[in-house]
Each structure stands twice: as C-alpha cells, then as structure tokens.
Design a protein around this ligand. Sequence first.
Ligand code: TXA
Ligand code: MG
Length: 326
Amino acid sequence: MTARTSDIEMAAGVLRAGGLVAFPTETVYGLGANAEDSAAVARVFQVKGRPPSHPLIVHIRGAEHLGDWVEDVPASARLLAERFWPGPLTLVLRRGRRVPLDATGGLETVAVRVPDHPLALALLSAFGGGVAAPSANRFGSVSPTTADHVRTELDDAVDFVLDGGPCEVGVESTIVDATGDIPSILRPGGVTREDLEAVLGCPIAVPSTSRVRVPGQHPSHYEPRARVVLVEPEKVVAEAELAQQLGHQVGVLLPPSYADTPVKAHAVLAVPGSMAAYARGRYGFLRELDLRGCDLIVASLPTEEGLGAAIANRLRRAAGPRLASE
Ligand code: TXA
Ligand code: MG
C-alpha cells in the first residue's frame, strides 16, 4: 500500500496540470481536483455524474490554513478545527474569494476539512493548495473504501489513483454548519455528536434524514445496486427467508446477536459487533453483496449512538426512496 514519494509528486503534478487524482483519506477515497481551477472542478462533476448544484468539500493541509479559504472563522469553528483536525470533520463556513462558485454549487458557503491520512496530507503539502474532492464514486452509489473500488468504478476517468490501502474509518466525515453562533450537524459521520458536544459544551442539533437539508443530501444516496430493506434485528432472518422464497436473490447483513443463526438466503454477511469495525466494513459489504448478484439486501439499523448514528443515516439513505431522475 505504501505509495512512494515519486507517486505523491506525480499526483501533485497531475493536480497542478488540471487533472484528477483519486486519493485515500481516513474516511473514504476522494476524487480530487485543484479547488481553484474551475475547469478541473467541472470535470469532477462530469466524471461523477453529479449535478453541478451539489457542493464539494475543499481539503486543506492544516487548520492554520483555514483562514485562507473562508471569510470568517467563528470561535466555535476554530475550537472544532483545533480539536478534530486532521480528522473526519468538515466545517461549513462563509466562502473565501479563492474558492470558485463552481466548487460550492453556487453557495456562498464552503465546506472545508483536513483529512487524517498520511498520503492525503503528503499530497496536500506537495500540491500546496486546496483540493476539492467528493467521494470517488459515481453519483448516488456506494462510497469507495479501497483503491480497487475506485478503479472498478471510475476506471480511466481518473488521471491518477493514489493507493493507500483500505480506509480506517469507512464512513464519510461529519459535516457541521459552523456559520452561525450555534453549530449544527448537516451529516453525521466519523466524529460523533457526543464528541462534538463534549468540546462545545452544549447540545448540538441532531440531523433529520426525512428531508433534503442542503444540496447533495438527498434521502436516497449511498446506494448499492440491490434494493435495501430495513427491518427490526429480530425480523432480519424471517424477512430474508421469505424474500428468498419469493424468488429474490437475498443478501443478508446479519446483526451481531444473530451471528450464529443459519439463514436460507443467497449470501449472508455477519455484521461486526464493534461499531468502528462495522463503519469500516459497511460499504465493502454492500459492494460484495452486489458483486455476488443479490437483488435485495435485508439489514437492520444499529443503535444510533456514537458511530451508530452515521451508519444508521447511510443505511436509511441506501434504503430510501430512489429518485429516478438522479
Ligand atoms: O469524508 C468525506 O467527507 C469524503 C472524503 C473524500 O473527504 N468526502 C465526501 O464528499 O463525502 P461528498 O461530496 O461525497 O459529500 C460532501 C457533501 C455534499 O454532498 C454536501 O451535502 C456537503 O458535503 N456540502 C458541501 N459543501 C457544502 C456547503 N457549502 N453547505 C452545505 N453542505 C455542503
Ligand atoms: Mg459522496
């Protein structure tokens, strides 16, 4: 997995020349372009098949550079950046003039984060600027957590893939709107609500998945090809067997307390007991069930505490109403 110095330099050169680099972060792989190059940013949208109104995250190399990319850094944002960066936290702040509107989907705010991955940080240092990057998957599908996922999905559309092995966290960053006095969570992720509240010393708003809050936050997203059905943990086995009898090729994500229960289904994967391991493996599990030819996946939601909140959020969206127009 260890990319060489020459790989980093090559990748930085590709960014400087207006090309696209897929790179590892601690959460998922990103599809990066020079954030200040509108043409390169436009290519990211085109390769992903993402509507231009869906804003990207600008990745920077250290909290001390935040002021270069945003207009104003409220005290709470400063506190969160100092405490959680590098790490799976994205701060939405007022857009600085360096950031073209193409990268923010026309918004006057910009999402910024410092990823906690040695290769991402090495790339950002070698490049020197900001890297606008969404997850390196086609719009609406499952985020990639290995370089192979990226190669399989985006193939020749990317100019360089920096291979950093599997991602540690496996679920995207937590996005916090820090433009106002009281920050709020726009997307749960790798930094938990409990962590944020401990640092801020006050409660923080819990996200709702029932409506579109910001562009790029549709209820259906992060989807495998197979349809996802969510049921109570104690109903997973019965629901899966019934669907299999009805002729579906059923994939099962078996809750930890049922790990030893035999299930008559097409493919069965046991969910790890630890939330960290589940978060790390989940996108890979969904990809594997797709690969094994499942057309229906039966799963249950974990308890929505800590990382469980982010996992439940993505599972709900994977099961959400499919928007045919996307
Ligand atoms: O962990 C992550 O965040 C990964 C890695 C690659 O850093 N990136 C990622 O990017 O998940 P993406 O594009 O798949 O999701 C970014 C989301 C957008 O869909 C949008 O909802 C939100 O960030 N976002 C970006 N800019 C925003 C803004 N100005 N205001 C509100 N939300 C914004
Ligand atoms: Mg994404």
